[in-house]
Design a protein around this ligand. Sequence first.
Ligand code: PHE
Ligand code: ZN
Length: 885
Amino acid sequence: MRVDTGQVFKLEDYRPSEFLIPETKLTFNLHPTKTLVQAELTIRTRSGQPPNAALVLDGDELELRSLAINGKVLDAASYTATPDRLTINELPQADTFTLVIETEIAPEHNKALSGLYRSSGNYTTQCEAEGFRRITYFLDRPDVLSVYTVRLEADSKETPLLLSNGNLVERGPVESGALDSGRHYAVWHDPFPKPSYLFALVGGDLGSIKDSFTTVSGREVELGIYVEHGKEERAAYAMDALKRSMRWDEEVFGREYDLDVFNIVAVSDFNMGAMENKGLNIFNDKYVLADEATATDADYAGIEAVIAHEYFHNWTGNRITCRDWFQLCLKEGLTVFRDHEFSADQRSRAVKRIAEVRGLRAQQFPEDQGPLAHPVRPRRYREINNFYTSTVYEKGSEVVRMIRTILGAEDFRRSMDLYFERHDGDAATIEDFLRVFEEVSGRDLSQFALWYHQAGTPSVQVAMRHDADKREVTLHLEQALAPTPTESRKRLMHIPLQFGLVGQDGRDIAAKPAGDGVEGDVIHLRKRHQTIRFTDVSERPVLSINRGFSAPIMLAMEQTAEDRIFLARHDSDLFARWQALTTLYTQALTQAYRTIRGGGTPEFEPALLALVGDTAGNEALEPAYRALALSLPGEGDIAREIGQTIDPDAILQARNALVLAIGSANADGFAAIYDEMAASGPFSPDAANAGRRSLRNVLLDYLSAPAGDVKRAASQYESATNMTDRAAALAVLAHRQSGSPEAVAALADFESRFRAEPLVIDKWFQIQATVPGTATVDTVRELMRHSGFSIDNPNRVRSLVGTFAAANQTAFHAADGSGYKLFADAVLEVERRNPQVAARIATSFRSWRSLEPGRQDKARQALVAISQHKDLSSDLRDIVERTLA
Ligand code: PHE
Ligand code: ZN
């Protein structure tokens, strides 16, 4: 485990490496506890002159076996080797030499799942960000690009499959005289220079499905997806998504695949979602395996998105990589943008956009507004693993989206073409990226660039006045950005706001702006205060602004409930329409919260309840959209709206009260639509069918809210023919009718049906971990002893412990502190094996300061207890200390 050294890495300290490694030849003799790694590195000085300094290579928990330069074994005096560094002081007086390093590692004992490890008996690697240094000593930094040739040797029976990056060169039995050695080998060569974080190997015994893809220029690419034996059929959807991704990238971004093979391997122990290793993507199996009996529609959508994401990295990440880890958003934000666009094209654009914004608000906004806030491109880190955040990924994507909004689709595409052409083969920076857009469009993006450099979510206030006599509309806009932990003073941002002035007939008025600041349907807010006038407007319009969520901001608009209801019914922008309804919900919920805190009983506007009923039954809207329109803000969203001294119990009560009010005001209508949305015909995971299921399941939740109304959910559970409907019914029973015989029976049934399916048991854990109320603390403690739980497996840990802290406000924040205590203990137990996963789930503490004082105090105690452990990993110490600061 890498313990904290207190070292802080700074962007301004970046220096190119003095040494390059143009060629890397690796030989692996795979063995569970004694894997021998031989690295033959061609080292060259950047200057072309003999070296004038020592060669210092990175390591992490390494054990050196031998060391030779140009064929000569080095004597002990000429180097020093520690587990985390190899320093060679005596080097040949030449600009190029060959270094051979032998290390020995034990994949079986690697529970951190970084470097080379074993998962279900298979060998696999994870090298991003700094895992390669756990395999051999290397210049383990993304700007050192090398051409890799990899020879793998393993037991032929136990490990028949041997994969690495690039193309297969040769394979065969390992000869040992006349005897059968029982071992075999394979050699892989990747012609594209790449950084070490993109290296991968897999050795194992796996089943596979194969397919092929013909690229635009007519090249045949062999496609393979490798999964646990017996699960081959469950990889079909992933394969389909892969082929659609490959075609889409050709059509939309002009990007063609470049190797003869593209392989994907699914493993069941994986720290993240998946990894874009060149030609050999390695996936968390949850993003590969799906069939109707075990995967929900959300799982299918997740698979489609992650398959696309990792594939798209081939150009944005691999062909053009990052100069240093501060530039992480260069590949991640851009690639998320690309996978969002892909999903929008495959499904419904409006539905996809709403889902993205919900996710952004639920994950990224709290990060940006809490102790862990950092810019999309950070300037400092102690532990890079902790910067795979929703700010870097999702806000990073929003920034790219804004660039497209500012430039327009055409200039955006021309700029991207230039980016690929100019930087292919480079390790690039955000400055390089921004430059292509400036050059192509002739625009100055220097103020816009602050989106990369300043942390925090800007807020914008808007007010509209209509002067009937002058036939004029005036918009007043004001922007503000609150200080964040390391930045007390903020500069003004360039905020692109898509807008429309909606006339009484629901159509946008073609109003003429007077003065600058408006281009087409986009307002460019650049100053603190900005006033925009429109002339020739006779009737009073309703303002629709930040359409499509064109900027990731918090918007406060002076607008009456009548105007919002009007927008929710008539806005031509479907996102804005959803937003108008969501704002109405939010206002109703915060008001109900205050009423409950004051000891009263909340009441809700009949106009709102009727609007919800009408929206549910509006057949002009697709079911998936209606489902989102009926989904109330989550407890976390409401908490953020309230801001301070939060009482999670009152939030839950307020939300439940609104669910009940909406459900009872529309009971008959909802029941009719519920029946109407029932499946006809065979199962299909496509967007239309998934949309019908999602509307039906949202309605089920409303219809099952009144105490004792278990029938519909119980019968849906029993008759379900797919996992979406089954899991939704189970969640409704467990959450709305917790403790009822029907809920208890369904939970038991689910467990016995799916005991042998870990990914499904994760759903069972999740549903139980999110049952509201303090009793869930004990449930989670017990489930941690369930035979299906494993503290070593990231998916199990996340679905039970992670979900509990991230998605159960009333239990995690139990007033007596028992939720914090349970969670802190679990985090420490995970940390001893897997610091990355521990640090990631520990970020759930980030909102602790917004709670009421009693809970704040208990949360602080739990955080302090963690921080007082000695030998804490750099990962967890970094998170805990920033959270407490
Ligand atoms: N780079 C991976 C992605 O596509 C994420 C990842 C990071 C995976 C670090 C493993 C380790 O987003
Ligand atoms: Zn990525």
